[in-house]
Design a binder for this molecule. Sequence first.
Ligand code: ATP
Ligand code: MG
Length: 379
Amino acid sequence: MDSVEQIELANSLYPVAASQNHAGHTLALEQIVHRFGEMIALKDINLNIRPGEFVSLLGPSGCGKTTLLRIISGFLKPSSGQIRIDGQPVVELSPNQRGVGIVFQNYALFPHMTVWDNVAYGLRAKRVPNGKVNTKVGEMLELVQLGHLAKRYPSELSGGQQQRVAIARALAVEPKLMLLDEPFSALDKNLRLDMQIEIRRLLSKQGVTAILVTHDQEEAMSMSDRIAVMSQGEIHQFDAPSQIYDQPGTLFVSTFVGTCNLLPAKVIGRDAAGCLVQVAGGRLLVAPQPSLQGEELLLAIRPENLRIQTQPSTHRLAGTVELCLPLGSVMVYEVQIALDTKIKVTQPRIPGIPPFEPGDDIYLELVAPQACSLFPAQT
Ligand SMILES: Nc1ncnc2c1ncn2[C@@H]1O[C@H](COP(=O)(O)OP(=O)(O)OP(=O)(O)O)[C@@H](O)[C@H]1O
Ligand SMILES: [Mg+2]
């Protein structure tokens, strides 16, 4: 962030025109395109976010998450496209006119101000009367459970506490939208989990519409109402976490979220029950895939969606156990199903029942015909 942005950030944290209404606000992104010189950072982003919804932008480094967040906040003007908050176009508005609160990875607290003054800053900038400022700051500090540390300076707080101050400061002015860019990445694992739960609880309680940028799929899965999975400036899928996981819309989503085995596949028959698919090691019956034609396909199967059997059958893949790893509650097997093809299979570990061993000949079946996805091989 450059210094101009720092100042804009400070302004936007304390929007002059902040809403007095705590019920969530809608956000619509319409055909957002952004170019940095020749490079197209965002291709054609369309997104409709509901009031009070918690949405994550999830994707690998460089896919455009921060660029999109900066565009929503008003720090960056898109090359083209429109943004609407509650239906009103805001592309021409500056950050402080949009009523957007932002929390960054580094919290960006004012180091020379106490916790209390940090949280009060935006209200004072709006010339809210002193009595009201005191009530609001008190409420906010209670909300983030930091009332007892009000007189401390940021340098006297832990990372998690600083982050809670940053959140209280952003929420104090009642923003229409809360934008969070990787706010947990500086925290250690345990604290991160606590803060994820805490922030989700706080924002739900306030009914604030929120957008979280993250490249951590578990974080996105556990916190979000819906996730927008991004790659190379495009949104591949915008759906509830379970949909993203169970019914990935593209090959990229299936491999970026969770673990997937990818097997070259051919559809060799179809009927109402589904598609008969030939892969190395045998045939599987998968759910109907009306849109897919052609020979060059990839079958994506999550390791936990295969079940190991000891007997052959029509819709099972024959294989040999190569490796077994006990991982607490599950066993992870690597199974060879052809000379050059190994796949991973996870099974619950049941006390008293011995696991399979390397060299065992086994047969793999799908737990359900819907428990896999087919994609064109050239995507
Ligand atoms: N000011 C800029 N000038 C030129 N290119 C930029 C600028 N900001 C970002 N980019 C490029 O735009 C693309 C998207 O960057 P962005 O920061 O949005 O990615 P990101 O998804 O937030 O990644 P990360 O997870 O690493 O933070 C990248 O290729 C990046 O190099
Ligand atoms: Mg980023």
